[in-house]
Design a protein around this ligand. Structure first.
Ligand code: AHR
Length: 678
């Protein structure tokens, strides 16, 4: 009986399945339609800054990530000054290690390590940022500030001055203790001085560590212990991690929002981001706790601090390197409203406003001025061409409006040329959001920053969100968004294809409305696989490797295929998007003369569509298609399969301005057709 029943059940299932397939096929053929690109009815210009980047030092994004210093707590300034460091047992019996603060390198960097040596040792090891990544044959500069301490002893009547240790032996070892490279420094004097040596590892190590041994007898002080790759992006000294910058550059981002994110606000005002403390000699940049250090109980990162090695000067250089406009976001006298909610009184905002004015001066003023000459002294006489500035991060409520008003009045008076970004709070709708929009509209704000960390379904059903936004008044910056597979700030969120596809569909809506939406950026950008607090993220990395998620490839396809003029698109004759899971936007690229059509087929079936380039006339017969697709909505990229979901370029034959194309199931396709005949 059970078997029969089983048979009945399975045959019924089969019939039902066949019927379902027939139904689906019928629906599929019924859905087959037309995409009309109204080439002869060009719309508004596409904002040149439409697709950009959001950077925040979260998930080891800066220290331990983009900023490639290999030594954690290099300056012994963590509250636990030996965090990241350990005495090597057995090395130098009787030798001592201590952290001191008399006569430091400077007041901002007030702690250093003292090694007192008798014979040989002691040894100390640094664990790096979840290990130290080094590549065989690459050059790494070891550097340290050191001084020997002369100690006077009285022996009988003679005065003996004891010299410091003879040398410092540096050894890089892999996780198993195998030596990967060595160096030795000597000639220390009683004054702080920087010493350097180059190490070329004999093998690659993902989780190596760095050992230091003082040799000889006496006392040696060490500070700013550093192991830094020579091969940074553009080979800059104190530069940035080359593979990560390369990934960013390849997206063709039009702007770079920095430094965040909640990092801007700080938990408390005294740990807010203060840009002026992040420029100049790195020994002088005062370290603070990273506000993500203990934000999430489920993801504590007690060793997360901000060294500001990647400071505002490096940020401006990065913008130039990747061709992005700078978009600094500054604190407006409000600490994080999810945390302390601390406020600077309205009559004490001067320091905050002055910070903004100084930053504009640092970026743009001629070299003959105080700030311009400061910039020139750092190595960049030419201005950085700052054109926009964010006032506060994800703020909300009357308290924000009150502060924004004061900022905007002064900044607009002094710098009408700078576009100001204001905040609409953490949600894309609701009371706080409506309040912010109403008030900021009254204040004639330039650009309002909207954030959406929502389910993939939200992105699909909000594709037409901006179709009915007012064309007058403030413009929009979709400043932080990412589809959350489980829920906001949930540690089990995944960077899967389902989320990326939903974001792609949403982005067609951004492009169609680029007269209102001037800018957009996915958030967060970077995450270390062993040290993250927040997921999903656009790019994942470890100490040596990195890969782009499916979401990254969506952003990249939009960024590298941004047109110059909106072309209206009709789906089966209608302007509304999303019917039958089809989403589209089109643009003219005036540089090449091509029509760039982006189509998301969010259905699980292929879609045969006729594409009509209305009014395009005779066009080139050869086009290109970039297809990003996966039948598996749960598909993700990884170190092992970094290109599992990645675009594939295909040649496209375009017999006329009216042609057939089959969109792959669950796909984002970019078609580039037409163009200037050669
Ligand atoms: O992107 C992560 C965080 O989300 C940002 O720091 C903050 O602005 C938002 O709440």
């Amino acid at each position: 009986m059970r078997i029969q029943g089983g048979l009945r059940t399975s045959s019924a299932r089969f019939v039902a399945m066949v019927c379902a397939v027939c139904l689906v096929l019928q629906i599929a053929s019924a859905q087959t339609g037309t995409i009309t690109v109204q080439v002869d009815k060009p719309g508004a210009a596409i904002s040149p800054t439409l697709f950009g980047l959001f950077f925040e030092d979260i998930n080891f994004g800066a220290d331990g990530g983009l900023y490639p210093e290999r030594v954690k707590n290099r300056s012994f300034e963590f509250p636990d000054p030996l965090m990241g460091w350990k005495k090597i047992e057995g090395a130098g019996s009787g030798a001592t290690l201590s952290v001191r603060d008399e006569n430091p390198i400077n007041a901002n960097n007030s702690h250093y390590l003292r090694m007192k040596v008798e014979g040989s040792g002691p040894g100390v090891t640094n664990e790096g940022f979840r290990g130290i990544g080094v590549e065989r044959g690459e050059a790494y500069t070891f550097s340290v500030y050191a001084r020997m301490v002369e100690e006077a002893h009285r022996e009988g009547d003679a005065r003996r001055v004891e010299k410091g240790p003879v040398s410092l032996r540096i050894e890089l070892q892999d996780a198993s203790g195998r030596s990967l490279g060595r160096a030795r420094l000597k000639g220390f004097t009683p004054q702080w001085k920087k010493y350097t040596a180059v190490i070329r590892p004999t093998a690659t190590g993902l989780k190596a560590h760095l050992n230091l041994f003082a040799e000889g007898s006496g006392t040696l002080d060490l500070d700013m212990v550093s192991l830094f790759p020579k091969g940074t992006f553009n080979n800059r000294e104190n530069g940035l991690r080359a593979d990560l910058v390369q990934l960013l550059k390849e997206m063709k981002p039009r702007f770079l929002r920095f430094p965040g994110g909640c990092i801007v606000e700080g938990r408390y005002l005294d740990t807010r981001y203060q840009w002026e403390t992040t420029i100049g000699d790195i020994t002088d940049r005062h370290l603070i706790i990273n506000r993500w250090n203990d934000e999430f109980k489920h993801k504590r990162t007690p060793d997360y601090f901000q060294s500001f090695g990647l400071g505002f000067y490096e940020y401006f250089q990065l913008c130039e390197d990747i061709g992005a406009q700078p978009l600094p976001i500054l604190n407006c006298g409000m600490a994080c409203q999810f945390n302390s909610k601390e406020l600077a009184p309205l009559d004490e905002l001067d320091t905050y406003i002055q910070d903004a004015l100084d930053l504009i001066a640092f970026a743009n003023d001629p070299v003959t001025t105080t700030w311009g000459s400061r910039r020139a002294a750092l190595g960049h006489p030419a201005p950085f061409n700052l054109k926009m500035l964010g006032v506060g991060n994800e703020q909300w409520g009357q308290q924000y409006i009150d502060r924004y008003k004061i900022f905007a009045k002064i900044l607009k008076e002094k710098h009408p040329e700078i576009a100001l970004i204001s905040a609409a709070g953490p949600d894309p709708d609701g009371e706080r959001f409506d309040f912010a929009w109403a008030k900021l509209r009254e204040l004639n704000a330039d650009i309002i920053d909207e954030h959406y960390y929502r389910a993939p379904g939200w992105f699909l059903s909000n594709v037409n969100r901006y179709d009915n936004y007012s064309r007058t008044g403030p413009k929009v910056f979709a400043g932080e968004y990412a589809a959350q597979s489980v829920g906001i700030a949930r540690p089990d969120n995944r960077n899967n294809w389902e989320c990326a596809l939903a974001e792609a569909a949403f982005m067609t809506g951004l492009e169609r409305n680029s007269d209102v939406v001037l800018m957009s950026s996915y958030a967060p950008l970077l995450a270390h696989v062993d040290a993250w607090q927040w997921t999903p993220n656009l790019i994942w990395f470890d100490n040596l490797r990195s890969y782009g998620t499916p979401n990254y490839y969506v952003q990249k396809l939009f960024g590298t295929n941004q047109g110059t003029t909106i072309l209206p698109v009709l789906l089966d004759g209608q302007a509304k998007n999303g019917q039958n899971n089809l989403f589209a936007s089109a643009a003219l690229d005036s540089r090449t003369g091509e029509v760039v059509l982006k189509v998301v087929n969010a259905a699980a079936l292929p879609r045969d569509v006729r594409i009509n380039l209305a009014g395009a006339g005779n066009i080139r017969r050869q086009g290109r298609a970039f297809v990003l697709a996966s039948a598996d909505l749960k598909a993700e990229n990884s170190f092992e399969q970094p290109m599992k979901v990645a675009p594939v370029e295909q040649k496209l034959s375009v017999p006329s301005g009216d042609f057939a194309y089959t969109f792959a199931p669950s796909s984002l396709t970019v078609l580039r057709v037409g163009g200037k005949a050669k």
